[in-house]
Design a protein around this ligand. Structure first.
Ligand code: HSE
Length: 314
């Protein structure tokens, strides 16, 4: 009745917030990311049957595992008559600020939609991935899942109703993410934020966010660099990242357009004009983290314009 009974899908890591766009802006990376394998089963239930690469940390409980939460909600919404077994291959660090939970739910729900013969469009899958984020960290934010699913830069104008806008990506725009070997839990990193913002800070923040969007449309890298500024969240969360100020200064000194915290941290990202520059900036960031006593992994890639990738189907 359906075309496929097995599918393997990759979904990319993401940088959420992008300095001034807390909870409303994110972009996708080429790497790292997660891979999932989905197999159709007669028994009408979703199961996580295997997880690799997580050092035994992730839950198999389908109410807590983001891949399962998203797939369960999706299958229910389309009244799919079968069940699905999920194998999750974590190929990126957890609690790193790279949208790890989002990559899992996006890969899983994107694959499940193909197994069901594509009843929904990509952007109609977003809501299921946000339900999964809520299960993971208590907040249904979509600034990781939307770019992982749609690729490129994605702006969330409104959550209720959901209004998501894909933005252009300047040619060659590259990113380096330095992931220091320490963990920050997203839920905790949200709790430490103040609930109120002064008008003067709000003015600075929305000026920068609007200019950032303009820079993407205008292909204006100088404006993009000037706009990568966050006066609300970064000053608070950077305290959780040893050496942050030094790492950021090193990135800017070696030619990054801008630099800030990736998602809720502890990873730090820098946007660069091209891959060469991103490599150079990455080495300087790594060196600075070392000076602060932290080893780090570097991920250097172009901004990913495509989102999830179908690897295999049968
Ligand atoms: N916008 C979210 C936050 C992203 O900063 O809490 C989490 O990766």
């Amino acid at each position: 009745m359906y075309h496929y009974s097995y599918i393997k899908v990759f979904a990319p890591a993401t940088v959420a917030n992008v300095a001034s766009g807390f909870d409303v802006l994110g972009f996708a990376l080429e790497k790292p990311g997660d891979t999932v394998e989905l197999t159709v089963k007669q028994e009408k239930r979703v199961r996580i049957v295997k997880i690799t690469g997580d050092k035994g940390v992730l839950p198999f409980d389908t109410k807590k595992n983001t891949a399962a939460v998203a797939v369960e909600a999706f299958l229910k919404s389309i009244n799919y008559p079968f069940g699905i077994d999920i194998v999750l291959h974590k190929q990126m660090p957890l609690s790193s600020g790279l949208g790890s939970s989002a990559a899992s739910s996006v890969a899983a729900v994107f694959g499940a939609n193909i197994l069901a013969d594509d009843p929904l469009k990509k952007n109609e899958l977003l809501d299921f991935t946000m339900q999964a984020e809520k299960a993971a960290c208590g907040a249904a934010h979509g600034d990781n899942t939307a770019p992982s699913l749609l690729g490129g830069f994605v702006l969330i104008r409104s959550y209720k109703p959901l209004d998501v806008i894909k933005l252009p990506v300047p040619e060659g725009l590259s990113c380096v993410v330095a992931h220091p070997h320490t963990e920050v839990n997203t839920g905790d990193a949200r709790k430490i934020l103040k609930k109120e913002v002064s008008l003067s800070k709000a003015i600075s923040q929305w000026g920068n966010l609007a200019a950032l969007v303009a820079a993407l449309y205008e292909n204006d890298l100088s404006l993009l660099g000037r706009s990568l500024m966050d006066v609300i969240v970064e000053p608070v969360r950077s305290l959780l990242i040893p050496g942050f100020n030094r790492v950021k200064a090193a990135a800017l000194e070696t030619g990054a357009l801008g630099c800030s915290i990736s998602g809720s941290g502890p990873s730090v990202f820098a946007l660069c004009a091209n891959m060469n520059s991103a490599q150079k900036v990455g080495s300087a960031m790594e060196e600075s983290f070392k000076e602060a006593g932290l080893e780090c992994d570097l991920y250097v890639s172009m901004v990913n314009k495509k989102g999830p990738l179908l690897l295999e189907k049968k």
